[in-house]
Design a protein around this ligand. Sequence first.
Ligand code: ZN
Length: 394
Amino acid sequence: MLRRALALIVVFLVGACATPIVVVDAGTPCEASSFTVLDDFGGARRGRCEVLANNHVRLSIVPEDDGYINPSPWFAFKLVPTAEVKAIVSLQYLGGHHRYVPKTSSDGLNWSPIDASQAEISADTTVATFTVSLENDAVWVSAQELLMPAAYDAWAVEIASQTDAERLLLGYSIGKRSIHYLVTDPSANNVLLLVGRQHPPEVSGAFAFFSFVETLLGDTELAARFREHFQIVAIPLMNPDGVLAGHWRHNLGSTDINRDWGIFNQPETRLVGELLEKLDSEGRRVRVFLDFHSTKRNAFYVQDHSEPTDPPNFFAAWFERATPRLDDYPFTYEPRFGEHPGVGKNYMYRRYGIPSATYEVGDETDREATRRAAVVFAEELMQLMLETLAEARR
Ligand SMILES: [Zn+2]
């Protein structure tokens, strides 16, 4: 009896408070008996790695600095097997809670979410444990698809080669990485300004951005007519440094750049300020501003009743037209007073009085539904902006 009780105690101790066999810091390969955890690629993030058992590692997931960080606990690492194994991974969030369904990829391009029902989340949601089956090849595990600056470059180069948009250099980030933008016909005096990826983990918003811009630049009759009247200025990747460093929120200046508009202390946002000065000095008029992000659900944050826009009630009209076409993309439309002046949407509203929205895509919203919805939103926006322009000329 005593022996059995002791055995139970030993099992309990091993199970609950496993003493790590190996402990290594971020940046050092972490070797379990049949696989190694690497964080040596763009977008990677893991903190300390502890090997708890032959096939079980615990990774601490920590934000980039000590300032206020939005709870967007990004992680990305690679599991490299030496034998076939079911690797058990525990993510221990320090300064955050489990949010993103882990996604795996064997090529870094095609991703699938793990079966969320087989992940075990602790009651306080600070630990998530799941299994990754490893055979011969390395497997990436990431909070969201790894959509790095090189992928943006490839996309923008391709778009510029196939459409009448040009890809131009806007300037450089703190880390001296280039920030590009796409721009169409300079003879149009009205401007539609779009920006994306101010916040590094917000990959789901990028899928909407790509599809939205592709629709604006498409060879449809509507898009061609739209581009005769509106210049499209699209900055897909505002925070390349944060994306490459696997940040939860900030740029390399420990700043949430979506709180820096108008202050323009950070080079990434200052570049936009300079672009706006240039557009203003050329006599162009920014008419609508959209800023693509991700949150837990599909939503648009827009001006409330105390903030009249020119043209008035633009968003209500836009969403009324889009909704009947969006059966598989539920979304909310949330007028709220834009209190913080450094948020892109609020700054653009205050500077120009125009409809300015944060376009939020749910973290786990189906990617194809996101793309299809962005086509609809882009089409309805073009139609509405053209009608509004025609009315103003009457
Ligand atoms: Zn955001």
